[in-house]
Design a protein around this ligand. Structure first.
Ligand code: COA
Length: 185
């Protein structure tokens, strides 16, 4: 089935709230989302504004996923945008995450011709997202120990991935130079 990408509009506030509040997001901050928090965020421009743009992934009239792009305001000055990609539970594991990542990567590099890189971060144990990054040509660039607060006082490691425009264009992922420690002189 074809997937369409539809920009979020103000009138979608209730749909967005339902999508987020009724969905299961075990790897995000608080596992369950609060209706008031979502509504306040809509009003504050968290999803649509100078910093952010949000898109539905739509399949046959149903909203199957959500893509929020953020840190956009600084992109013209060399800043790096980030994103949040969420597929509804019932639609996971059939390629939509991979498709959504490919779409948002193309969208950002096309919308911002001077943009050189895009970054994404996830929790270390989010296997599906980590596989999605690698499938999409993103390279692991960072590992932050105890950086992701979980529930009941637990902390998790966080991992950071990025894609370079030149890798996106060539279709070849170049790894970071990890063996770069300076010898003691
Ligand atoms: C992470 C997420 C976006 C992936 O999307 P998806 O549609 O489920 O994944 P896809 O079907 O496109 O599969 C992408 C890759 O992940 C792998 N994968 C999918 N589900 C998996 C799972 N439960 N465990 C391990 N790997 C999994 C697939 O095998 C595939 O890997 P491959 O390309 O090496 O074959 C989706 O599961 C999701 O929305 N999860 C909840 C929200 C979330 O954690 N978002 C990340 C925010 S940083």
């Amino acid at each position: 089935m074809d997937t369409r990408y539809q920009r979020l509009v103000v009138a979608d506030a209730d749909l967005l709230t339902d999508f987020l509040v009724n969905g299961a997001w075990p790897f995000h901050g608080p596992a369950a989302m609060d209706r008031d928090v979502v509504r306040r965020r809509v009003e504050d421009g968290f999803y649509e504004g100078r910093e952010s743009r949000t898109f539905w992934m739509v399949e046959g009239g149903g909203r199957v996923g959500l893509i929020r792009l953020f840190d956009l305001a600084d992109v013209p000055e060399g800043g790096t945008p980030m994103f949040d990609l969420r597929i509804a539970s019932a639609h996971r594991g059939r390629g939509l995450g991979r498709q959504g990542l490919a779409w948002l990567t193309g969208y950002l590099f096309t919308e911002f011709p001077g943009l050189g890189r895009i970054e994404g971060t996830t929790r270390q144990d989010n296997r599906a997202m980590r596989r999605t990054f690698l499938s999409g040509g993103y390279a692991k660039e960072a590992h932050y120990r105890d950086a992701w607060p979980g529930t009941r006082g637990r902390v998790h490691d966080a991992v950071g991935y990025a894609i370079l425009r030149r890798d996106w264009l060539s279709g070849e992922t170049t790894p970071p130079d990890w063996d770069d420690e300076m010898p003691v002189s």
